[in-house]
Design a protein around this ligand. Structure first.
Ligand SMILES: Nc1ncnc2c1ncn2[C@@H]1O[C@H](COP(=O)(O)OP(=O)(O)OP(=O)(O)O)[C@@H](O)[C@H]1O
Ligand SMILES: [Mg+2]
Length: 216
């Protein structure tokens, strides 16, 4: 479903990665690994239209998303993508519940899908009954789990996760991985940048940024 071909990215004089080709199908989980600074987050950002590659194509269902205009990009973000970025994209001054609802409504109306309710998703991530709390009062790991709960409600077709377990203990790492696997079983493609061996081992394929694809 996501098909990357010949992708390259430079920052000034420096080439981050060159000629990256990979495919992530529905139901598949891909780990992006590599040393700090190798460009994992940058690659995720290119997949999520937050950054642009210097060369190559990224196809989603046959269309090169790097050539999307503003409207197509907006619809792609709204209807296809789900983000799980550390400390990213939560509304700090709003409650847990409000953070879940803003992301949910347009999509629900559009596709009329029966995903889990806000309450069910919060229960799933171990935050049952916490929906009235303000996000900025939560710990880093709790905020991360709010973002995960939002994904569960959204049911995106492509999830991009940047070090989704960095602030979490072992139990919560397992919970995040189980939830992502559940989404992938439902047909979602999942790409995770990580330094965590537990996360890498839970994925179907591993792409070492700057080196060839390793199949498990
Ligand atoms: N828009 C940009 N302009 C200039 N330099 C950039 C830009 N985006 C990223 N970089 C540089 O590219 C390099 C790769 O950054 P990136 O965040 O993708 O690495 P990473 O593999 O995710 O690292 P980490 O494991 O530490 O998160 C860094 O040296 C960063 O400073
Ligand atoms: Mg990074």
């Amino acid at each position: 479903m996501i098909d990357v071909e010949g992708l390259s990215k430079s920052c000034g004089e420096r080439t981050l990665w060159r000629d990256v080709s990979l495919t992530v199908g529905p139901g598949e989980m891909l780990a992006l690994v590599g040393p700090s600074g190798s460009g994992k987050s940058t690659l995720l950002n290119c997949l999520g239209l937050l950054d642009r590659p210097n060369a190559g194509v990224i196809r989603h269902e046959g269309k090169d998303i790097t050539r999307f205009g503003r409207r197509e990009a907006r619809l792609f973000r709204r209807d296809v993508l789900g983000y799980l970025f550390q400390g990213y994209a939560l509304i700090e001054n709003a409650t847990v519940e409000e953070n879940l609802e803003v992301a949910v409504k347009p999509r629900r109306a559009l596709r009329d899908q029966a995903g889990p309710s806000v309450a069910e998703a919060l229960q799933r991530v171990g935050l049952a009954g916490r929906h009235k709390e303000t996000v900025h009062r939560l710990s880093g790991g709790e905020q991360q789990r709010v973002a995960l709960a939002r994904l569960l409600v959204q049911q995106p077709r492509l999830v991009l996760a940047d070090e989704p377990t960095a602030a979490l203990d072992r139990d919560n790492t397992g919970m995040v991985l189980d939830s992502l696997r559940e989404m992938s079983r439902a047909g979602c493609a999942v790409v995770i940048a990580t330094h965590d061996d537990t996360v890498r081992d839970a994925c179907d394929n591993v792409f070492a940024v700057g080196a060839p694809l390793v199949s498990k």
